[in-house]
Design a protein around this ligand. Structure first.
Ligand SMILES: Nc1ncnc2c1ncn2[C@@H]1O[C@H](COP(=O)(O)OP(=O)(O)OP(=O)(O)O)[C@@H](O)[C@H]1O
Length: 247
């Protein structure tokens, strides 16, 4: 674990864009879905701002709307009301192609269940976001970041040949290879044993420290939430607390 963090710290990386005052501005955000009997309100009137480089945990009981909020912030879903401004881009003003462009340029996303493509090797999985945005140079940056997460010897291995923690490190490498200014992670340690989860946490914060990437994490893990500079607490789809860590 210590060696992996040290390896990460050796090669500084910088996000391509970090120009706006706020990495994220969320105002009046609401999400409602139709039900046979009416409408379900998942999020209601959520407001907050996050500065570039902050580390933020979204916490709350199961069903409180955490994953929905994360998807809206990352432009993976569209709100019923309100607005998300991501690194200066008003997401609600964009169509799906526009949101995909913003995601490709500014956002990395880590899912709880890794979501690696099983038919691609670790290296190919990490090259994919670079290929999708049309980069000409894909092999070398993908190899470099896999080396940074300690998987330089496993480039040609398929997800089924990797442990859960190794797959999550590939997923982290895939999320970071585009040098996003914001990284969103939904329960990044949720499927891992505590020791492997701890290694992933160290890796996330090492990448944040060296690259200034804003981290926004949904988590039930109190230890991880305490490591973050801010905590957003949801209850029944409403933001009920926005706490900053004591220095
Ligand atoms: N597309 C949808 N259609 C209907 N209900 C939905 C939809 N998306 C989310 N929900 C409901 O909205 C509520 C909030 O869901 P969400 O996944 O955001 O919660 P969460 O806080 O992340 O929960 P958990 O901690 O269990 O993952 C849940 O009751 C969920 O069933």
């Amino acid at each position: 674990m210590a060696n992996r963090s040290a390896a990460v710290a050796e090669t500084p990386i910088r996000p391509d864009s970090a120009t706006s005052t706020f990495a994220l501005e969320v105002s009046g955000l609401g999400k409602r879905v139709p039900l046979p009997s009416g409408e379900l309100t998942i999020l209601d009137g959520v407001d907050f701002t996050i500065a570039q480089g902050d580390t933020v945990a979204i916490v709350g009981a199961s069903g409180s709307g955490k994953s929905t909020l994360l998807s809206l912030m990352a432009g993976l879903d569209t709100p019923s009301s309100g607005e998300v401004v991501l690194d200066g881009e008003v997401l609600s003003a964009l169509d799906e192609d526009g949101r995909a462009r913003v995601r490709g340029a500014k956002v990395g996303f880590v899912f709880q269940n890794f979501q690696l493509l099983p038919s691609l090797t670790a290296w190919e999985n990490v090259m994919l976001p670079l290929e999708l945005r049309g980069d000409r140079e894909v092999e070398s940056p993908a190899r470099a970041i896999l080396q940074q997460v300690g998987l330089g010897e496993r480039l040609g291995h398929y997800p089924r040949q990797l442990s859960g923690g190794e797959q999550q490190r590939v997923a982290l490498a895939r999320a970071f290879v585009t040098r996003p200014s914001l990284l969103f992670a939904d329960e990044p340690t949720g499927n891992l044993d505590s020791r492997t989860g701890q290694a992933i946490i160290e890796l996330l914060f090492a990448l944040n420290a060296q690259a200034g990437t804003t981290l926004v994490l949904v988590t039930h893990d109190e230890q991880l939430a305490r490591r973050c500079g801010q905590r957003l607490r949801l209850d029944g789809g409403r933001l009920v607390a926005h706490e900053s860590q004591a220095a």
